[in-house]
Design a protein around this ligand. Sequence first.
Ligand SMILES: C[S@@+](CC[C@H](N)C(=O)[O-])C[C@H]1O[C@@H](n2cnc3c(N)ncnc32)[C@H](O)[C@@H]1O
Length: 280
Amino acid sequence: MDFEAEAADVGAAAGIDTSKASIARVYDLFLGGKDNFAVDREVYETIQAVAPQGDEVAKSIRRWLNRVVRHLAGFEVGIDQFLDVGSGLPTAENTHEIAQRHNPDSTVVYVDNDATVAAYGRALMEENDRTHFATADLRDPAGLLAAPQVARLDFQRPLVLIQCATLHHIDDEDDPARFMKRYVDALPPGSYVAISHWWDPGEELPEGHRMARELEQRWRESSMGSGRYRTREEITEFFAGLELVEPGLVELNDWWPDGPRIRETSLVERLILGGVARKP
Ligand SMILES: C[S@@+](CC[C@H](N)C(=O)[O-])C[C@H]1O[C@@H](n2cnc3c(N)ncnc32)[C@H](O)[C@@H]1O
């Protein structure tokens, strides 16, 4: 039996549907990961055909997440509890590694609804007794917050809610602004919310707008079936009730970069915004 067939067999046994691309596996593929099937590679190729710098987008997202966690866990802010929703497959520099490097007492709870993440990710993510993984759907805040692993976080003390590259996989019909409000309401004052989200820049960047429309159509028509490039105003709504910290909702490479820019940011990399906000 070849690798693909064997992997499909193992996948089926673990409840993984290998006939459809998975968001987590496709994203991991853009990051250079190996846990993927032909259906995932098909989506990857469809996107690369119009945006060959797609790998750079995934890396920018990862680097942004790392800078955010470092800032919030580090001495400037000093938070020691992280709820990383839609955490994806484990890869280089996961949230708990960054948080615990800067604040060794940090507890990190990962949540995802993907069967591959549950089957293969859990063991790698739950590396120590302050790192936990829960399977839950982020569209159901009540169910997610009631998960026993999430209950390990102390909601009487500030924590960080991470929605990194997740909400653009949620359709408008699921009303992400409404359920984000439920999460924000559950957070104690002094907590932070970090969100990165695909961006349709409209007239601000017409060639970016055209590419966003093309990419959205390709993602949605693929077997992965989801993807929304939202406007700056739509993304800002997800921060309702919070105070955005400097520099606000910006292109990822502009959010407290680690150093001088040594290469030009490609157009597709510009089509995602990130922001961090504090609950007063
Ligand atoms: C693009 S990946 C981002 C992974 C990770 N946050 C990062 O930035 O490296 C999006 C993740 O969100 C998860 N996801 C999508 N819809 C979800 C839902 N309704 N409930 C829970 N997780 C979801 C996917 O399974 C995937 O792992």
